[in-house]
Design a protein around this ligand. Structure first.
Ligand code: ZN
Length: 84
């Protein structure tokens, strides 16, 4: 645990700051909603810190897509490897 309020999801391996900004391992920072759409909804494993719907909130246009849209993902054995 760090003292600056940053949480690291042990499952998705992304950092969430005290203000709710999500730091991805690659690419621009985003929101918890974006993190959920891009990572956490696929992992769904115990220990993931981003499975709380109230914290996650709704994806906004700024996140790149809205909930319910089809997301085309390449078929791979490791979806986490496709994040840019
Ligand atoms: Zn997670």
């Amino acid at each position: 645990m760090s003292s600056n309020g940053i949480q690291v999801c042990p499952v998705c391996r992304v950092s969430v700051t005290a203000t709710g900004l999500v730091i991805f391992s690659a690419g621009k920072p985003g929101t918890r909603a974006r993190l959920y759409e891009r990572v956490c909804q696929y992992t769904q494993r115990p220990g993931c810190i981003n499975q709380d719907a109230e914290l996650v909130g709704d994806v906004t246009r700024a996140d790149g897509f809205v909930r319910g849209e089809d997301i085309q993902l390449p078929q791979t054995t490791n979806p986490l490897g496709t994040i840019r």
